[in-house]
Write a protein that binds this ligand. Sequence first.
Ligand code: F6P
Length: 372
Amino acid sequence: TTRVGILTAGGDSPGLNAAIRGFGKAAIGTYGMELIGFRDGMRGLAENRYIPLDSQALSGILTVGGTILGTSRDKVHKMVVDGAVKDMIPTIKKNYEKDRLDALVCLGGGGTAKNAKRLADAGMNVITLPKTIDNDLVGTDQTFGFATALEIATEAIDRLHSTAHSHHRIILTEIMGHRAGWLALGAGIAGGADVILLPEVPYNVESIAETIKRRRSHGSNFSVIAVAEGARDERDAAQLAAADALVREAGSPEARDAAKAHRANVEASHRAHTFTLAGELEKATGLESRVTILGYVQRGGTPSGRDRMLATVLGTAGADLVAKGVFGVMVASRGEGAEPVPLEEVAGKIRYVPIDHPWIRAAKEVGTGFGD
Ligand code: F6P
């Protein structure tokens, strides 16, 4: 029998359990495979901590949020073990052989694709399924988790609208998306935000203030602003872009690590930007401002119907690929179905919102400001 290991890695997102179930039911029921589930992402894989997954274990999890397996953000080639950073790929390879695995299925986002590629390069049969509420993976039409997070963030904007209106305030809602602004853009459109700020469009405080003042002159004495976590004003965006360039241009692994540490510092120094912006807008418009950070509510809880469907389609398609012996790929969502995309086309890449994207055009045509 074919033996398969499955794990969930990176930030959790709604639909992970639905995908585990989809993969597992097809693997066991349709193909007669054996399945084990590693705990806590790459960490459990390196420590060989797993549980057997039979049909019973897969029952009743379709609607459950989070991941029954646990997750972590560990990197396979740089894992902190007993206080020291270690390359755990050789250990993982040994575990893979000891557990007599024929394939490994990794559910995750960009970081997981990179880890999976490293394992595939070391000779393991790996496939990935695209999960992230950020929807920022290349090669796939969508990622599961995004649709649910979009509903949650939209509802939050709706609720903030009525209180902003009652108090004649500006309310800034910070929405997840540290690199790409898909979630803030989608929820901003769906919730009718007056201004949407994205990492892809550096903002200018004056321009946002103008939009708010224009609204006031038309009788709307309040505004709701959807701010992506990674949105920055022009100056901060330029500093981050310079730090990104240093990472890209680093000549050695050491220089790259140093450049990444520098980038993290630059990013950290900009972290309170939503609060800074609230203060600046209050001063520029005379309207009281408040900030709501949506945070982890966007990642928690039961997946939407759409995410359950997507996770089931991708999970079962993953089992079909393992049965066919297709490895080194991400199971991408394509139209209503699924299709394998080589990991090298996915790993280390980010799908940003193109500034001429139809969603941006639509938002502009209904009068939404982007602070540009
Ligand atoms: O990657 C998904 C994401 O939701 C990002 O938008 C966010 O910056 C990040 O997770 C934060 O998660 P954590 O605190 O788990 O690292």
